[in-house]
Ligand binder design. Structure first.
Ligand SMILES: [Zn+2]
Length: 256
């Protein structure tokens, strides 16, 4: 068997490996997207909850201030009632008005904080519902990924063993060249030489469809060295069936 024929075997195994792994990659990509969506919702919820805590603390502080000022107002009113003269009364009244203004201000702030806190609570409930939905999707996506992994695990190992055995039988240099081509071109790393018209020596590369000179055919059939398509750079091969036909004298048979 020529190196090209050996590489073709490995190429077909690699194709199956890539096919299996690409299905797994699709479900892994979906899982990653859903997980990061979940993380974003969790962070949003934490941030809203932190804001809500801050507002609740500030509302409590303002309410405490209202209560303190209420006590002061009570005290000043008592003093006003027992004031001895108009001057004293007027001075208590001024004090009373200052406390009143401070109290109203603190009360307004407390109410504002509470109303903002209500808005936040509604937003938190909404985010929480979204987060719970997303968490369910992540569980399903994880199961799907695991299921696919289990499904292909044995087949992957089997193909990998097959590949290792094939690779062990191929000289290092052509194997490396082949692997570089696969990385660059994937499923187009190798292409069959198609026979268009044998009598007229018309052949073409199945990957780029460009025509291939007859010397190239001889090179693929004869030396067994790697022969690349001059147009697209893929490794050319001839199927066993075509190789047999090409080795018969031209003009025999159907002569296609
Ligand atoms: Zn080509």
């Amino acid at each position: 068997m020529t190196v090209t024929q050996k590489l073709l075997k490995i190429f077909l195994v690699d194709k199956q490996l890539r096919g299996l792994q690409s299905r797994l990659r699709t479900s892994e990509k979906y899982l990653t997207e859903q997980s990061s969506g979940l993380k974003a919702l969790e962070e949003r919820q934490w941030s809203l909850e932190a804001q809500a805590r801050q507002l609740a603390a500030s509302a409590a502080e303002r309410q405490g201030e209202v209560a303190r000022l209420d006590e002061k107002l009570l005290t000043v009113r008592g003093r006003m009632e027992s004031s001895q003269n108009h001057k004293e009364y007027k001075s208590f009244l001024a004090e009373l008005n200052t406390y009143k203004a401070d109290r109203d201000k603190a009360e307004t702030q407390a109410l504002e904080s509470m109303s903002k806190s209500d808005e936040l609570r509604a937003a938190i409930a909404e985010v929480e519902a979204q987060r719970e939905e997303k968490a369910k999707i992540v569980v399903i996506a994880t199961d799907e990924r695991d299921r696919r992994m289990m499904e292909i695990k044995d087949r992957l190992q089997e193909l990998q063993r097959e590949r290792d055995a094939l690779a062990a039988d191929i000289p290092k240099d052509p194997l490396r060249e082949f692997e570089q081509l696969v990385r660059a071109r994937g499923d187009d790393a190798m292409a069959q030489i198609e026979i268009q018209d044998r009598k007229r020596h018309e052949y073409n590369c199945a990957s780029c469809m460009m025509s291939i000179p007859v010397e190239t055919i001889s090179s693929v059939l004869g030396s067994g060295r790697l022969t690349l398509c001059v147009s697209c750079g893929c490794i050319l091969y001839v199927t066993d069936e075509d190789a047999k036909r090409l080795q018969e004298p031209a003009g025999k048979g159907k002569g296609r």
